[in-house]
Design a protein around this ligand. Sequence first.
Ligand SMILES: Nc1ncnc2c1ncn2[C@@H]1O[C@H](COP(=O)(O)OP(=O)(O)OP(=O)(O)O)[C@@H](O)[C@H]1O
Ligand SMILES: [Mg+2]
Length: 509
Amino acid sequence: MPTIRLNNAEWTFDEEDRLGPPGGFGEVFRGSGSNGPVAVKRLKLTASEAAHREMNIGQSLASRTLEHVVPVLDYGQDADSDNYFLVMPICERSLQDEVNDKGVLTLAESKAVALDVLAGLREVGDIVHRDLKPGNVLRFEGRWRLADFGIAKFVEDSTSLRTLRGSLTPAYGAPEQWQGEAPSHATDVYALGCMMHTMLNGAPPFAGSQVEIRDAHLHTAAPPLGGNPRLAAFVGLMLRKSPASRPNIERCIEVIGSVEIAKARPAHEGLLAAAGQISREAAAAEAAAQAAATIERQRQQLMREASNDLNEMIHRLFAEIKLASDEARLAKNAITLGRGSLSFDAPSSVAPMRPDPYNQGPVWDIVAGATLSVTRAKVVRPPRSNDGFPIMYVGHSIPDDRDYRWSATLFFGQTKDDSNYRWRETSFWSFAATRDGGDEPYALQPGDREFQTAFSNTMGVANIAYGPFAIDGEDEDQFQHRWLSLFTKAVTGQLNRPDRMPIPDHYLR
Ligand SMILES: Nc1ncnc2c1ncn2[C@@H]1O[C@H](COP(=O)(O)OP(=O)(O)OP(=O)(O)O)[C@@H](O)[C@H]1O
Ligand SMILES: [Mg+2]
């Protein structure tokens, strides 16, 4: 039997005699010290991984007498075995043993366990447990007490996140833990909410593979608990996805403490059922909002990266012009030379498009949109006295006494034909604009209904003049070439509306 020397004393334990199934962070063996039998927990963590970190939680708990926590008799690193240990008194059984034996607990039993757990959480004050689950709630000296306080934190501080993820118990992990965000008291409240399901229904709220469980914790409303409607509704609150909207420990004590064990009076049942329905709906709405928030975060990240890429592409385009002529005047988002100017509206984010029920057209995911345009400025001449005729719009050449602008939408996203997220270019034309010899092709905001209609098989005002085609990466040269040609035409006054719509691809590539 190995003997270990820790901070306070010497202990032996029997590696053949486990007190329960191995846990995520270690194993617990039957052992003994000078005062009799003890439980010895050996952490999976080695001393080198912990890099001589002090086990602060063990220390702060060992120095206090806590009524709702399994006492820590000794802790520390054994000099010989390169392992961390924690020594506790032997407890009667775990809450998991209790559930395994009984299948489910009664409302009264569950309420009593929950109040013991909450008393433990209140008692330790600032320390967050982070690994609350039925295997860590142990029966000792007439109470259910919390074991393994702060071990999760100790391991987290000492090892890589990957090791920790493998150690987390999926069934009780709160959404913020799955996302690698900081745990708080609300994390323990969430775990207790899961435990209420285990006690009252015999199983935690979500089952399946680790991936499925993670996804459910993040995005799916917990199934209704059943039983006492008031408690069921409250557990729904404890299982809210966003930590800030969960009840705090004091409120849990107050509400769970006041749950009536006796059956509710018949007069109240209808109201209670209605209240239960409302809280289930609220939980479902909250889960949906959380799912949307995750997607939104990913989109924002995508948007930031995409904006940087496009800004750099435009910067390179402007630099090319500047290189060709020192006369080119560069402003923040525009560059001008002779009669030509090239200007750019920086990218802005595009809200996810809603599928249009009347429209079978594709709904692509577009994350960001920007506009690039080339303008040929009008020629300013002194007015001629004998000029009695208005200047006519002839063919496709735009009269010299007005500005002419060619613009395109640059958007970052997928298309029907290409699921890659890339920067793409497209532009539009319409019969209405053609009649008044207006600025064509023109840009539309990707969020506009008209933009979407143009790509659908529904009739709309706007038609596609060209595109969309990818313009980043391997296609950037072509993009640069196209816009430098357009700009050159504008500079020399030759930029005109194309004589054919839609514009044939060879004209642009
Ligand atoms: N002090 C103790 N007295 C009696 N049995 C214990 C004691 N501590 C733990 N056990 C039993 O040993 C089992 C394993 O405990 P361990 O802490 O290693 O794993 P866990 O609690 O399941 O997971 P975790 O590592 O996340 O805490 C527990 O499920 C419990 O049944
Ligand atoms: Mg444990």
